[in-house]
Design a protein around this ligand. Structure first.
Ligand code: ZN
Length: 175
């Protein structure tokens, strides 16, 4: 079922999430809820704390391959207890946004390629190499699991420009 979103200013977005102990029906339902809520909000990913569940789970909805010339279909992927094993030295800066911080976009610098590890819905541990948008989406959602938001990675003047808008969202969240 589509769930309500935790917006900027909600303390759950700043908590470090608990690891998932076992894949049971509750976890499978949480993943279905994440998927419905992500699609309803046009997100390229969504993490459990964004629907007010402090558990180390997120989903992404991006194409698998980096080749930017080719339009590949996006695939919903589930990452449970995710971990980054390796970061490339090469970095890229691209605009990001977040379902929990509506209407705010800012450039974020991140590694271009990563190697990750996670558990899937069958309880199997897997590793995967990600690059381009799939790496960026993973890192953005993985930050949520650690209580970090993309605006924390925006520095200097770009960050200052966001402040009035952030305060506005925060006020609305508290009301
Ligand atoms: Zn986000």
């Amino acid at each position: 079922m589509k769930q309500s979103i935790a917006y900027y200013g909600d303390p759950i977005l700043r908590q470090k999430c608990k690891p998932v102990e076992s894949i049971n029906e509750e976890i499978r339902q949480l993943v279905r809820d994440l998927e419905e809520t992500m699609l309803a909000n046009d997100g390229v990913g969504l993490a459990a704390p964004q629907i007010k569940r402090s558990l180390a789970i997120f989903i992404t909805n991006v194409a698998d391959d980096e080749d930017e010339d080719e339009e590949l279909p996006s695939i919903v992927r589930v990452y449970i207890n995710p971990k980054v094993l390796k970061y490339s030295e090469e970095e890229r800066t691209e605009e990001e946004g977040c379902v929990s911080i509506p209407n705010i976009y800012a450039p974020v610098r991140r590694p271009r390629r990563i190697k990750v590890e996670a558990t899937d819905l069958n309880g199997e541990l897997f590793t995967k190499e990600l690059s381009g948008l799939s790496a960026r989406a993973f890192l953005h959602e993985n930050d949520h699991i650690n209580g970090v938001l993309f605006i924390d990675r925006v520095r200097g003047r770009a960050r200052e420009r966001l402040e009035p808008w952030l305060r506005k969202i925060q006020r609305r969240t508290k009301d």
